[in-house]
Design a protein around this ligand. Structure first.
Ligand code: HEM
Length: 124
């Protein structure tokens, strides 16, 4: 029996494209977060986060094909991530999630994961 993935249920690649693009529109304007991200490769950062989230929710696995095992805590080790950084990240991600206008159930599922993942990324 085949059940549709969350990736498909929320609208596939286009939805994640909108989500992550909106998120980085917030990051660009954020004096706390912007310096953490690559100065001249924000498009690359956008693509990496998009590929990761697509794969996480059951879409194509381009992320792992290009980047290998996610090991997200290890990949974030170079950046100081305390509560202020986490809260700023979640602020922009919250705006981005809301901009999708998903049905409440799906919005909650997506948001609960992002909150949990952001809390687990704290390293300072
Ligand atoms: C990469 C910051 C939370 C997923 C990055 C990068 C920074 C960063 C500065 C490097 C950008 C790049 O060149 O790719 C933060 C901060 C967070 C946070 C301040 C606050 C809690 C998260 C969470 C997730 C996530 C919760 C997953 C749900 C990723 C992914 C990459 C990345 C997939 C690319 C990893 C790679 O393949 O190199 N993050 N991040 N981040 N972040 Fe985060």
């Amino acid at each position: 029996e085949q059940t549709a993935s969350f990736f498909e249920a929320v609208g596939g690649e286009e939805t994640f494209r909108r989500l992550v693009h909106r998120f980085y529109e917030g990051v660009v304007e954020d004096p706390l977060l912007r310096p953490l991200y690559p100065e001249d490769d924000l498009d690359g950062a956008e693509e990496r986060l998009r590929m990761f989230l697509i794969q996480y929710w059951g879409g194509p696995n381009d992320y792992s094909q290009q980047r290998g095992h996610p090991r997200l805590r290890m990949r974030h080790a170079p950046f100081v991530i305390g509560e202020p950084e986490r809260d700023a990240w979640l602020k922009h991600m919250g705006d981005a999630v809301q901009s999708l206008d998903l049905p409440p159930e799906q919005e909650k599922q997506l948001w609960d994961y992002l909150v949990y993942a952001a809390h687990s990324m704290i390293n300072a």
